[in-house]
Design a protein around this ligand. Structure first.
Ligand code: ZN
Length: 287
């Protein structure tokens, strides 16, 4: 399913390369969740959302490029955790990296990078924040998980939760910025919310059962690493052996996807992240 209305106030786009995007349409304006990864999609999305009403806010669920590159091409004041702003200021991808990557992912849109600068969040979340759009409102809450600057967004009137990459339906995202404890704590936190539908960072819209499926995917990778630690494998061996399915950075019918060396780097860094946590805190094996 590509673009779909999932509730009276929410339309979701799940088919752009990279993250999902949502628009929440209230009687007093529109809020967007996350921005397209590739510039051509960002322009298409802009064209669509501007017809829904005045776009007041664009919320970034974390700082990763697949959620923030499109900030540049979209209207609305950008809302994010303060650490997301700091990381976009200090760790944003270089122009060379962007040219190489967008040249692969969006060859027809690479010219849109001319004059590119990162558009930074100007409304910063510390612990929580509410945004009002007339007949509906959004409750944003800081939740370390996929990154240490992730946020969850709840639309109580429609029973919809936007989880960013704290929960993904498409499979595991790279988790090189995820502490093991935070990763699973955040999934537990998602389950405390009152929602019917969850819009994940990547993949199709799910219900509560989808959250369990995601937790099990994570647990399988942790169990794989634990098993190898128990068998006495060395760190380098484990980093070379443990892999998880990447459905997020791979080629699609529309794009060439990320280069193999970057995908391999995401895998190794993600496994290393968990391995470090498991070695420092063996009690996390049972998390
Ligand atoms: Zn993502």
């Amino acid at each position: 399913m590509a673009r779909q209305w999932i509730s009276p106030h929410v339309v979701v786009e799940t088919e752009h390369y990279g993250s999902n995007q949502s628009a929440i349409v209230g009687s007093d304006g529109v809020a967007l969740v996350d921005a397209p990864h590739i510039p051509s999609d960002a322009l298409t999305w802009r064209h669509f959302v501007e017809r829904l009403g005045t776009v007041r806010f664009l919320i970034n669920t974390d700082h990763h490029p697949d959620h923030t590159i499109g900030n540049r091409y979209l209207p609305g004041e950008i809302v994010a955790h303060h650490e997301t702003r700091r990381r976009l200021e200090t760790e944003a991808p270089s122009m060379q990296y962007l040219h190489d990557l967008i040249g692969r992912l969006d060859p027809h849109g690479v010219h849109l990078l001319d004059g590119y600068t990162v558009r930074l969040p100007t409304i910063l979340v510390d612990q929580s924040m509410s945004l009002h759009l007339g007949d509906v409102h959004l409750e944003l809450r800081y939740q370390r998980g996929h990154t240490r600057n992730s946020i969850l967004i709840h639309l109580p009137e429609d029973g919809v939760l936007f989880s960013g990459d704290i929960v993904c339906e498409a499979g595991l995202p790279s988790f090189q910025d995820s502490r093991l404890q935070d990763w699973f704590d955040a999934i537990d936190a998602v389950e405390t919310y009152d929602f019917e539908l969850l819009v994940p960072g990547h993949g199709e819209v799910i219900d509560r059962a989808g959250v369990d499926r995601y937790r099990e995917l994570g647990r399988a990778v942790v169990a794989d690493i634990v098993q190898r630690l128990d068998a006495g494998h060395e760190r380098e061996q484990i980093l070379a052996e443990v892999r998880f399915e990447d459905n997020i950075h791979v080629a699609t019918p529309r794009t060439a996807g990320y280069p193999d060396d970057l995908i391999e780097g995401f895998q190794v860094n993600s496994v290393a992240r968990l391995l470090d946590d498991l070695q420092a805190q063996p009690e996390l094996r049972h998390r």
